[in-house]
Design a protein around this ligand. Structure first.
Ligand SMILES: *Cc1c(COP(=O)(O)O)cnc(C)c1O
Length: 368
């Protein structure tokens, strides 16, 4: 048996007609930049979320960068984020001239440890980028209360958490704004790069739309200097074709996680993911903590099971952040996790048979 880490082909085949038609229509209309396809996706994604505004942009990294710029972040400022994430969560802070300040992760939920947030705040702090990593909501209610108390903005990085919920509210709508990635492997993925910003703040939405479009809402009315970060039209049409399936796909991910939980329950060398109470985990990733992780990973590879590590080096431990002068001991939890975490295959089309196979191989590894 071969179990890939994600299976984009299986998903394409399940909706092939809709996707092919969407792409053909864009080409037939020779509508290659912006146009009604982009507007329709922004409107429908916002409406499915219950959000006032969605602003499409080129990718999830740009979504964060645009937000940093429009929140007024720059030289001399600090923005706080989490020690384990994809580098977009911190590099977009530095790109404005500001300094990223890392908080260690929670030992049970692997997201920003809210109990350590307040001590990182000083007079230069402008805001927080909280990441709902893996599809697991971070303790965003507590984080928001701390931000409100100190007058800080709060951006939710939802690149891995489409339709994740926290206490009945969708992640992305709790802070000032949410940033989304539609990178192909994300829970809602395009067939190339794509991203978006979500907010209920009218003024912020308008500023983001302007900045992403060369500082102009309309050609050639450039009120400010901006960037060119458009949601590509073919990608928007593909995302619209996929959108009617996203809630079902999310439920299938949740079902698959429950199956993993059950099949892996009797393996003491493995810690299965713990879901934060009163939240809905959307399982972009199913991350276990494993003894002898690297050996297990290569054993699984030989057995046809593809796994991954998100992420092998915690952000403050990367060469890119050497200039901040941290040592691994500054982030003990994130540093320990980088040696133990393993992401198992996870996608809506993964079958129970496949999950049983993966679990069987893990059991075989620890029984050697
Ligand atoms: C994927 C990802 C991003 C960036 O998205 P791109 O579309 O690849 O630019 C940002 N943050 C996190 C947590 C991600 O996983």
């Amino acid at each position: 048996m071969k179990i890939p880490f994600v299976d984009l082909k299986a998903q394409y085949l399940s909706i092939k007609q809709d996707i092919d038609k969407a792409i053909a229509t864009v080409i037939d209309e020779t509508c290659f930049i912006n146009g009604h396809f982009v507007k329709e996706f922004e409107r429908d994604f916002a409406s499915l979320y219950g959000a006032k505004h969605v602003i499409g942009c080129a990718n999830g990294t740009d979504a964060l960068y645009i937000l940093m710029k429009m929140m007024g972040v720059g030289q001399g400022h600090e923005v706080i984020t989490v020690a384990n994430s994809w580098i977009s969560s911190s590099e977009t802070i530095s790109q404005t001239g500001a300094r990223p300040v890392f908080v260690d992760v929670h030992p049970d939920y692997y997201s920003l440890d809210e109990t350590q947030l307040e001590k990182k705040i000083n007079k230069n702090t402008k805001g927080v980028i909280a990441v709902h990593l893996q599809g697991q909501a971070c303790e965003i209610g507590v984080i928001k209360a701390i931000c409100d108390k100190h007058g800080l903005f709060l951006i939710e990085d939802c690149a891995q958490s489409h339709f994740t919920e926290y206490k009945g509210k969708r992640a992305g709508l709790i802070g000032t704004a949410g940033s989304f990635s539609f990178y192909p492997g994300k829970n809602l993925g395009a067939y190339g790069d794509a991203g978006g910003i979500m907010t209920n703040d009218d003024a912020l939405a308008e500023r983001c739309r302007m900045f992403a479009n060369h500082g102009a809402l309309k050609k050639p009315d450039h009120r400010i200097e901006g960037i060119n970060s458009r949601l590509d039209t073919i990608q928007a049409a593909i995302l619209s074709a996929k959108l009617p399936n996203i809630l079902r796909w999310t439920e299938q991910r949740i079902r698959n996680a429950a199956l993993y939980d059950r099949y892996l329950a009797d393996i003491p060398q493995l810690v299965t993911p713990k879901v934060r109470p009163e939240t809905k985990h959307s399982y972009h990733l199913y991350v276990v903590r494993a003894q002898q992780r690297d050996e297990l990973m290569s054993f699984l590879k030989d057995a046809g099971v593809e796994t991954a590590i998100h992420y092998p080096v915690a952000l403050p431990n990367l060469p890119a952040y050497k200039y901040l002068g941290h040592t691994p001991a500054d982030f003990p939890v994130a540093t320990r996790l980088q040696q133990e975490i393993l992401s198992l295959p996870m996608y809506p089309e993964l079958t129970e048979e496949g999950i049983a196979y993966v679990a069987g191989k893990i059991r075989a590894f620890y029984k050697r």
